[in-house]
Write a protein that binds this ligand. Structure first.
Ligand code: ZN
Ligand code: ZN
Length: 152
């Protein structure tokens, strides 16, 4: 039971108060262009890389959490405001961290772009990376149909 795992990737916020570890190599690295991700990061898209929830841990500090909808949570540092995570509130969903908060963001090159229906006209970024419209996949569409946004 008390197997000691070694982190494969680590990261944290800008001030260093909150730190985390992934016990697998970052999975499904992507950017999301949706309006929720734009607002949540204050950027023009979110860049996220994930791990199964069992392979993720906070290792220092206690992040704040905002439920951006009834389906999802986003963590951030209460002290410096760095956006740190995105996850759907499902046991099997991956826990995603912001690629920019990884200690080695270079180790998480993106493989897909989501939310391209909200991609800004002037964002020319990784044009050769495959992209997907939100809710394209029928299973995801069914889940997302129950979403109630908490965004202004
Ligand atoms: Zn901080
Ligand atoms: Zn998004």
């Amino acid at each position: 039971m008390s197997e000691v795992k070694s982190p494969v990737a680590t990261g944290g916020c800008q001030c260093g108060a909150v730190r985390y570890a992934l016990y697998v190599a970052p999975e499904n690295s992507h950017v999301c262009h949706c309006r929720m991700c734009q607002r949540a990061t204050g950027g023009v898209f979110a860049a996220l890389a994930g791990a199964p929830k069992s392979e993720f841990a906070w290792t220092a500090g206690e992040p704040g959490v905002f439920k951006s909808s009834n389906l999802a949570s986003r963590h951030y540092c209460r002290d410096c405001g760095t956006p740190l995570s995105f996850t759907y509130d499902l046991p099997k969903a991956r826990f995603y961290v912001t690629i920019g908060s990884l200690d080695d963001p270079n180790a998480a090159p993106i493989i897909i772009q989501y939310g391209v229906e909200s991609k800004l006209d002037w964002v020319k970024f990784c044009e050769d990376v495959p992209s997907e419209v939100t809710g394209n996949d029928p299973q995801a569409a069914e889940f997302l149909a129950t979403m109630q946004s908490n965004q202004e």
